[in-house]
Every structure is written in structure tokens, then in C-alpha cells.
Design a protein around this ligand. Structure first.
Ligand code: ADP
Ligand code: ZN
Ligand code: MG
Length: 649
């Protein structure tokens, strides 16, 4: 059962952009396409040689030996060349003929046998070519030998490739680096395709400028950063932005993903990196993009991630390549990660990925912009107002907004409508947030009551505590893995959270657990996810944000990563503080629920009856029980925007 902050499904991994062509590393031999072209060329060559040779042996105009004898006797022939049993005859008038002699006898004997006199014979220049050996047989056998040779050649070619590629011959489908050619317009992405991320774009514009006109920078002796690392939550558009830099600058974009290295054989990853850099240098100016660099660039030597040798070698090779760059190289290396905290510090040293660009989750304005980018080619009904959707999707990443648009289009298509309506978009918000509705998942009567009280507990505590977010929807229709859910709407996009907000959040998340405990004198496995969320939150408060009075403003590192390790004593103190925070907030939740028992019952009853409560209906229940619903200060302004904004195209 989801708490006030429903856990979002993991970032749907976008399909990596497919390059226009794949290449095999030099180690692996030329690409399949290269092979095909070579094979065809060689084949054509062999064919033409064959037809030439075959043409030679083909008698152009053959005459019988008896005719030759008559012509010799008549003195019409000036020369005969004998090769094996074939005769090449040159007439006095220049015409050339061929003939065959009896293999058993020599030419003179044969002619004499046909009645040519020795005197007549002596007028003819007879030359004998010692061709009856190798060439003769070759010509005879060429129709058999040439195809055989061709097959042997093909075989040799393929085996050479297999040997060159070593073990890789058997790992088909292994992903390789991809390259996006700047002239390929269908793949081109520019800054216009990336909404929001204003600071990141500004920062990256300098790189675009350099790649467009490296001379200007190099002449003045400016050193351009070789390494830029993009940091941000999954789906915030890191990959998109990196491609946009290449698109804006019009340079080739070489990309590879860190996660692809992890499963490779030892040594392959390192050589891949070497090849990648070599290719990019040849194509310079160019961009190399290492996506998900945390997969190879984790802190080394801690055993986290299983001490993968291959990973370390790959990482080392990346470092070696970057260190070996000349400042004039005109290759910019970009990388992306959503786990900057686990990166090996060696990667972030000067001369490596020393430029860091952070991409935040989009705020309301950015969300609206992202929605309109993805709305470009979709037909919308007149009631669609993207500002309202943006307003209802705090915490959504660009990728989630993209999938929201897509879900809405699917909904419309399913119902055979030509236009997407606002309702399609609204329904898609929850689908993206929590997964599809599971109408088939029927709750028993008891489960239904329990879920209703659980969600009512969240909603009530959230509405009563001053620093918790207002509730905008409660439902006991199960979705994804949640049996029910309570959606809250933060006052604004929070960049910073205060201690009070955290505490009220924890209390509201515990509201479900507390309601179950009070009403049924028992707890179920339902709130297990709620507990995971609050435990992590409380731990962060103590060890990261310095929000514990007892331990004070100290940021304790992550012990598992081996950075800033702390003692067992401190570890025990942190655990104690976490427990204390959770205990206290549980007490506050209990107080709220016990003090508003009638309201809780009313909300739960409404849920059992109607299954879903929208904000208005929910607030009516609150007011009826003397609780004033929270209102956001800027809500009036938002309402005006919603009313006056013209429908999106
Ligand atoms: P990341 O690499 O940060 O995980 P991606 O760049 O792969 O995220 O983004 C996934 C998809 O989400 C993009 O292809 C794009 O459709 C959409 N998207 C993400 N951020 C934005 C943005 N700022 N503007 C427009 N679309 C975005
Ligand atoms: Zn819950
Ligand atoms: Mg990405």
C-alpha cells in the first residue's frame, strides 16, 4: 500500500539510439558489411579472370585438320603454333584460325599423312610451345579449380576473422559502440528537443562552440575540458542532452554504455575503449559518450559490485586514454551517471571528467515545456491544458512525461478516438506513477476495509500536520504493486526540504501503519514499503543532512562505499537516532488519528463505497469534521492560468 509519496516505478530505460552503422573494432576485423563488399569484389575479379582464361581457350574459329592440310599444300598458311594438341594457325592474309591435331602424332607427321609434301611443309613456320604441362592443365581444369579456389578463399577469410576476434566469435549480439553520423537528419537531436535544463545547456554551449570552431580556441591557447560528466536522476535527459551537443556542433557522436562492459571477457572492454578512442580521434572533431559510467567507474577496491576485474581494466583504460589526449585533439568525452556518489574519485580529477553538469528534475514550467515538445505531432482535443498536467506531475522526469504522453495517445487510440483529451492525460499520470490499474485484483471484504483504513490514515495525518503536503486523491483500486494509494500534491517543486517537512512526511507515511494497528489490533505486510521509505528518509536525516540534535551537523559518508568510514560506536548512535525519530513520529501519527477518529471512519467508509476520492470530495469530509483543508498560496494564480491558457495545439 503506497504511502503519501507513491514510489515511482523504476526509470524505463529508453532504447539507445541506434547508429547508422555499427563497426567492429579493428581487433575483430572489418565489419560484416566490409566483408560483404570485399567478398563481392573478389568474386567479380575471379569471374573476369575466369572468363578471360576461358575465352582464350575457346576456339574462335576452328577448322578441321584436313582443311589445315589442304591450306598448307595450297601455300595459304604462313605459321602454325603448336601448344599441346591445339594449333594456332596464321594465314598469309592475316586471318587466324585454330585447330586440333591427333594427340598421338606430331604435327608434321599428321600433315604428311594428309598428303602435304615436305617442300610445302617447309614454307610454314612451325613453333612448338611447351604448354602441354601446367598451363594446359590449368586451362583445362579452370572451370573446376576456380570455384574451389573461391570457396577456399572465403573459408580462409572467415576463419581469419574468427581467430582475430578470439572468443567474441561466439558472443553474437554483443552490443557495440554506436556512432551517429552528423549528416543523418533522422537521428539529429538539437537543444530545441531538450526542454528545461537551462543551466546545463548554457554550460554545454561552450563545448558546442569549441567543436564547431576549435581553431578559435586553440589559437588563443585556451584549454578545452576533455571530460564532462552529466549527473542527474534517471530520465532527466542526460543521454538526450549529450546527443544534442553533437547535433548542435554537427560532429559524429560515438556512444557506448558502461553497463555493456560488465559482462565482457577480460581484456575485451579495455580494447574496446582503445578502439573507440582511436576511431573518435580519426573522426575528430567528435564526441565520445560513455553512458552509465557508474557501471565501470565505481570506487575501486572496495568489493562493492563484486570486484570485477573487467570493470577495473575498462575504467583504467578510459583513464589512460583521457590522460593521453593532446590538448589539440578536438575530441570531447562526455559521460552520464545517476549515481555520482559511487564514482571513483580518480575519474573526477583535473584533466579527466573535471566538468560536472547537473541536470535536475524538471520544475513546473520545464514540465510543461517537455510536455509540449512531446505533444508536437499529436492531435489534441480542445479541452487539453498542458499547464494543468504539468502542475499535477511534480517529481516526474522527462522520460516519465514522455511516457505519459504516449500512454494518453494509447488510451485515445484504444477507444478509437482521433484526438487525445485532457482526461486521457490525467488518467495517464497515475498509470505512469503507479503502474496500470488492476481491476481483476479483487480484494476480500476484510482486505478492502483494511486498505481503506490504511489509506485514510495516510490522508488524514497528511491533512492535519502543518508541514505535510495536501492530498489530492485517494484510491483503493490497486495499481501495479500497490493495493491502494494516496496522492499528495506538494506545494511547490521542492528544491530544499526542511526538517519539519521530513518529520511530517514520516508521520504521514506511518499513518497507514498506525491506522491498521489501532483499528484491527494487528499489522499486515501491506505497509512494508512505507517502512522502507521512512527508514531511508530518517537515516538520511541523521547521516546526511545533519538533522539529528544528538549527533549534530555531521555528514557521515556511506560506509559501504568505504568513504569517510565511521566507527561502530557512531554506527550504533546513528541507528539509535533513526529509531528515535521513527518512534516519535509514530506517536504523532497516533495522536492525530486518535483525535480525529470520526473523520478517519468517514474517509474509510467513503472509500469502501466509492473506491476513489478526488480532492474536492475528500475535503468535504474534512470540513464536515472540523478540519480545514490546506491551500497553497499560489493556487489562485494557478487556477487563473488554468482558466485562461489557450488549449494546446
Ligand atoms: P537519461 O539518460 O537521463 O536517463 P534520457 O536522455 O535517456 O534520460 O531521456 C529519455 C527520454 O525522455 C528522452 O528520449 C526524451 O524523450 C525524454 N526527455 C527527458 N528529458 C527531456 C527533456 N528535458 N526535454 C525533452 N524530452 C526529455
Ligand atoms: Zn501505505
Ligand atoms: Mg541515459
Amino acid at each position: 500500500m503506497a504511502g503519501p509519496t507513491p514510489k515511482k516505478p523504476a526509470d524505463k530505460k529508453p532504447v539507445p539510439p541506434k547508429g547508422r552503422w555499427n563497426w567492429r573494432s579493428p581487433l575483430g576485423g572489418p565489419s560484416f558489411f566490409g566483408n560483404l563488399v570485399t567478398t563481392i569484389v573478389v568474386f567479380l575479379l575471379l569471374m573476369s579472370v575466369y572468363s578471360l582464361v576461358a575465352g582464350l581457350s575457346q576456339p574462335s574459329s576452328e577448322v578441321p585438320i584436313s582443311t589445315v592440310a589442304t591450306d598448307v599444300a595450297a601455300g595459304k598458311i604462313s605459321a602454325i603454333t603448336v601448344s599441346g594438341d591445339s594449333l594456332a594457325i596464321v594465314y598469309s592474309d592475316g586471318t587466324k584460325k585454330t585447330s586440333q591435331k591427333d594427340p598421338a602424332a606430331g604435327l608434321p607427321e599428321t600433315l604428311v599423312a594428309y598428303g602435304v609434301t615436305p617442300a610445302e611443309l617447309s614454307k610454314v613456320a612451325i613453333t612448338v610451345q611447351g604448354q602441354s604441362g601446367l598451363v594446359f592443365w590449368l586451362i583445362q581444369l579452370s572451370p573446376i579449380i576456380l570455384p574451389l579456389l573461391f570457396i577456399a578463399f572465403l573459408f580462409w577469410f572467415l576463419t581469419r576473422q574468427v581467430r582475430g576476434a578470439g572468443m567474441q566469435a561466439f558472443s553474437f549480439g554483443q552490443s557495440k559502440a554506436r556512432v551517429i553520423d552528423p549528416s543523418d537528419m533522422t537521428q539529429r537531436v538539437t537543444f530545441a528537443d531538450v526542454a528545461g535544463a537551462k543551466e546545463a545547456k548554457e554550460e554545454l554551449f561552450e563545448i558546442v562552440d569549441f567543436l564547431k570552431n576549435p581553431k578559435k580556441f586553440l589559437d588563443i591557447g585556451a584549454r578545452i575540458p576533455k571530460g564532462i560528466i552529466l549527473m542527474g536522476a534517471p530520465g532527466t535527459g542526460k543521454t538526450l542532452l549529450a546527443r544534442a551537443v553533437a547535433g548542435e556542433a554537427g560532429v559524429p557522436f560515438f556512444s557506448i554504455s558502461g553497463s555493456e562492459f560488465v559482462e565482457m571477457f577480460v581484456g575485451v572492454g579495455a580494447s574496446r575503449v582503445r578502439d573507440l578512442f582511436q576511431l573518435a580521434k580519426k573522426a575528430a572533431p567528435a564526441i565520445i559518450f560513455v553512458d552509465e559510467i557508474d557501471a565501470v567507474g565505481r570506487v575501486r577496491g572496495t568489493g562493492v559490485g563484486g570486484g570485477n576485474d573487467e570493470r577495473e581494466q575498462t575504467l583504467n583504460q578510459i583513464l589512460v586514454e583521457m590522460d593521453g589526449f593532446e590538448p589539440t585533439e578536438k575530441v570531447v568525452v562526455m559521460a552520464a551517471t545517476n549515481r555520482p556518489d559511487v564514482l571513483d574519485p580518480a575519474l573526477l580529477r583535473p584533466g579527466r571528467f573535471d566538468r560536472r553538469v547537473t541536470i535536475d528534475l524538471p520544475d513546473r514550467k520545464d514540465r510543461e515545456e517537455i510536455l509540449s515538445i512531446h505533444a508536437r505531432k499529436k492531435p489534441f482535443g480542445p479541452d487539453v491544458n498542458l499547464a494543468v498536467i504539468a502542475e499535477r506531475t511534480p517529481g516526474f522526469s522527462g522520460a516519465e512525461l514522455y511516457s505519459l504522453m504516449n500512454e494518453a495517445a494509447i488510451l485515445a487510440a484504444r477507444e478509437s478516438r482521433r484526438e487525445i483529451t485532457q482526461y486521457d492525460l490525467i488518467r495517464s499520470i497515475e498509470k505512469v506513477m503507479l503502474g496500470p490499474e488492476r481491476k481483476s485484483h479483487l480484494l476480500t471484504k476484510k482486505e478492502k476495509g483494511l486498505t481503506a483504513y490504511h489509506e485514510a490514515g495516510h490522508a488524514l495525518v497528511s491533512s492535519v500536520l502543518p508541514d505535510a503536503d495536501p492530498v489530492h486523491k485517494i484510491s483503493i483500486i490497486s495499481r501495479g504493486r500497490a493495493a491502494g494509494y494516496t496522492l499528495k500534491l506538494p506545494f511547490e517543486d521542492k528544491k530544499m526540504q526542511s526538517r519539519k517537512q521530513f518529520l511530517d512526511d514520516i508521520a504521514a507515511t506511518l499513518g497507514g501503519f498506525v491506522a491498521e494497528e489501532m483499528l484491527f489490533d494487528d499489522v499486515t505486510t501491506g505497509p512494508s514499503n512505507d517502512l522502507v521509505v521512512i527508514t531511508a528518509l530518517a537515516r538520511d536525516m541523521v547521516s546526511r543532512y545533519g538533522m539529528s540534535e544528538k549527533l549534530g551537523p555531521i555528514a557521515f559518508g556511506d560506509r559501504e562505499l568505504g568513504r569517510e568510514p565511521y566507527s561502530e560506536v557512531v554506527a550504533a548512535q546513528i541507528d539509535a537516532e533513526v529509531s528515535k525519530i521513527i518512534e516519535e513520529q509514530k506517536g504523532r501519527a497516533k495522536e492525530v488519528i486518535a483525535g480525529n477518529r470520526k473523520a478517519l471512519d468517514a474517509i474509510a467508509a467513503a472509500l469502501v463505497e466509492r473506491e476513489t476520492l478526488e480532492r474536492d470530495d475528500f475535503e468535504k469530509i474534512l470540513i464536515a469534521h472540523g478540519i480545514t483543508p490546506k491551500h497553497r498560496e499560489e493556487e489562485a494564480a494557478v487556477a487563473v492560468v488554468a482558466a485562461t491558457a489557450s488549449p494546446q495545439p
